[in-house]
Design a protein around this ligand. Structure first.
Ligand code: MLT
Length: 202
């Protein structure tokens, strides 16, 4: 997968797996990663799917309607890509924290839903429920931050609450931060994510 890797100064810090939103690139979340943990290594990936030229991490049939078979295949592909990257760049595969926005948060959520041990934790900015009606792996103690919008038309508050409940039922330690800025990732949401990260991974 097209990506960039930056070696961090702190070898014990998590490697931050950056996953952009629809139409984004591997450059988009670099400033955010710097704000969350400037000393961490960064693996930033570009989605392999193109929707009219806009990179995404999996296909959708319509706004908010995911192509489930593609979602599952792309989730596995991303997981295997991170395995290979850990080997190539020499980072600890068991110490990877995803930071995703929108479509990137949804594939990060899909990793949590489908592949045990794929992430040590996650910061999900405006995620949806990636899939319904499946048993989640054991996520006991997995720290997860969700940034959500009270007026987000794409990821509604009801869906945020549904996702939170599913993750908590699987044992995850979920913190939800609410904003009032629609589907946007604001500076105050990024700041809240950074504060949460420092308390979860210090
Ligand atoms: C998705 O398709 O993943 C969600 O609708 C978020 C988006 O990318 O707009």
């Amino acid at each position: 997968m097209k990506h960039l890797f930056r070696q961090g100064s702190d070898p014990s810090a998590p490697t931050l797996l950056l996953l952009h939103g629809t139409g984004g690139t591997e450059q988009d979340l670099l400033p955010l990663a710097g704000e969350i943990d400037a000393s961490a290594s960064v693996l930033s990936v570009r989605g392999n799917v193109s929707e009219n030229g806009m990179p995404r991490f999996f296909r959708r049939l319509a706004e908010g309607v995911f192509d489930e078979a593609d979602l599952l295949a792309r989730t596995q592909e991303l997981h295997e890509f991170v395995d290979a990257a850990a080997n190539d760049y020499g980072f600890d595969r068991n110490n990877v924290v995803a930071i995703g926005y929108s479509n990137g948060a949804n594939i990060a959520g899909s990793l949590l839903f489908h592949i045990a041990g794929s992430l040590r934790g996650a910061i999900l900015h405006h995620p949806m429920v990636p899939r319904r009606g499946v048993a989640l792996p054991d996520l006991s103690g997995t720290p997860i931050f969700i940034g959500a919008g009270r007026n987000d038309p794409i990821c509604t508050p009801q869906e945020t609450e549904e996702l939170t409940a599913l993750l908590e039922e699987a044992g995850a330690a979920v913190a939800v931060h609410w904003e009032y800025a629609g589907h946007r990732l604001t500076g105050t949401e990024a700041k809240a994510a950074g504060e949460w990260y420092r308390s979860a991974f210090a």
